[in-house]
Write a protein that binds this ligand. Structure first.
Ligand code: DAH
Length: 357
């Protein structure tokens, strides 16, 4: 019995995992285990022999059982220790510096423009980029035979044969949002609509997708003078200069009468643009008094209301303000370009804090 005890206690001490421990339990105490078989022999013994062997066998069984239990607990502790060691984490390490994203100049300039016009009492309106040709053209006094339709290099949406829903286009300008806003809100109205527009054109100053901001102010007593003042205020705030001179050049748009293209006085020195001084003029937008037919299409009575509208290229004024030479780079998603021309993500443009600082 002493041999059995020595053998099992040493094997239990050496067991390297729970499976080995279980094998030992079966070998010693299982149905056909060595100690179990010995216990069965008790029945064949004389009462005297049994009186000695019985308690000794029970003691052996208890000892082996408790050795098994103790070793099992020790193995579990060791496993937990090993796991804790591999899952160890130094919480005192400094945080990792993730690559910081930047705000795209288009987003930044859109925010700047919105902040300035919000300050002048304009709300922001939106419309769909896939537009029906009535909103994009007809309602803006551009009938189907009008040359402006051809000039716009319009992307038409595919139509299946037999599909007789009205033709849809990728909007070629933000002007259709004028119509939608008038229909939705009526007059008086004062809105800007920044957004994406599309034309089939591609070179250093043209991309098939670009951005415009439309402005619209309708009331009973609005004139070209109001347009001029609003645009002057805008240009001063946007280019962050105290004084600016605008030149209104007579022009033609189907949706305005009269129409004017607006230039700002500027100088180019060594490729650097300065707004407000110099002998050059830079065209920045189209504008005019909203055509009575356009008011009518928007559901507004042209005998009672009138107003001005303008349309401006956001990409273009972003290029001018931040000295970005090639429009196509805006849409290349080149990280080096974005880091160079991008803006810190927490810098929200606002008039009180300085627009672009
Ligand atoms: N929609 C014109 C364009 O895309 C821009 C424009 C000109 C908008 C004059 C206007 C406007 O609202 O009055 O070229």
């Amino acid at each position: 019995m002493d041999d059995l005890k020595a053998k099992y206690l040493s094997q239990i001490a050496d067991a390297s995992d729970e499976a080995a421990l279980e094998d030992l339990r079966v070998a010693a105490l299982g149905k056909k285990g060595e100690i179990s078989l010995k216990m069965r022999e008790l029945g064949k013994m004389s009462p005297e022999e049994r009186q000695v062997a019985g308690p000794a066998l029970n003691a052996l069984k208890d000892e082996v059982n408790s050795a098994l239990a103790a070793k099992k607990a020790a193995l579990a502790d060791a496993a937990l220790d090993a796991r804790l060691r591999t899952e160890w984490l130094d919480v005192t390490l400094p945080g990792r510096n993730r690559p910081a994203g930047t705000i795209h100049p288009i987003s930044q300039v859109t925010e700047e423009v919105s902040a300035i016009f919000a300050d002048l009492g304009f709300a922001v309106a939106e419309g769909p980029q896939v537009e029906d040709d009535w909103h994009n053209f007809d309602a803006l006094n551009i009938p189907s035979h009008h040359p402006a339709r051809g000039e716009m290099d319009t992307f038409y949406m595919h139509r299946d044969e037999g599909d007789n829903r009205p033709p849809h286009v990728l909007r070629t300008h933000t002007s259709p949002v004028q119509i939608r806003a008038m229909q939705a809100q009526g007059a008086p109205i004062r809105i800007i609509c920044p957004g994406r527009v599309y034309r089939a054109d591609y070179d250093q100053t043209h991309t098939p997708m670009f951005h415009q901001v439309e402005g619209l102010a309708i009331d009973t007593d609005i004139s070209m003078a109001n347009l001029k003042w609003v645009l002057e205020e805008f240009v001063k705030a946007f280019f962050e200069v105290d004084d600016v001179e605008l030149r209104f050049r007579a022009s033609h748009f189907p949706f305005t009468e009269p129409s004017a293209e607006v230039d700002i006085r500027c100088s180019w020195e060594n490729g650097v643009l300065k707004v407000g001084e110099g002998d050059d003029w830079l065209e920045i937008l189209g504008s005019g008094m909203v055509h009575p037919k356009v008011l009518e299409a928007g559901g507004i009575d042209p005998t009672k209301y009138q107003g001005f509208a303008f349309g401006m290229g956001i990409d273009r004024i972003a290029m001018l303000k931040y000295g970005i030479p090639d429009l196509r780079a805006f849409f290349d998603s080149d990280l080096r370009w974005l880091r160079h021309y991008g803006f810190a993500s927490l810098d929200q443009p606002n008039l009180a804090g300085g627009l672009s600082r």
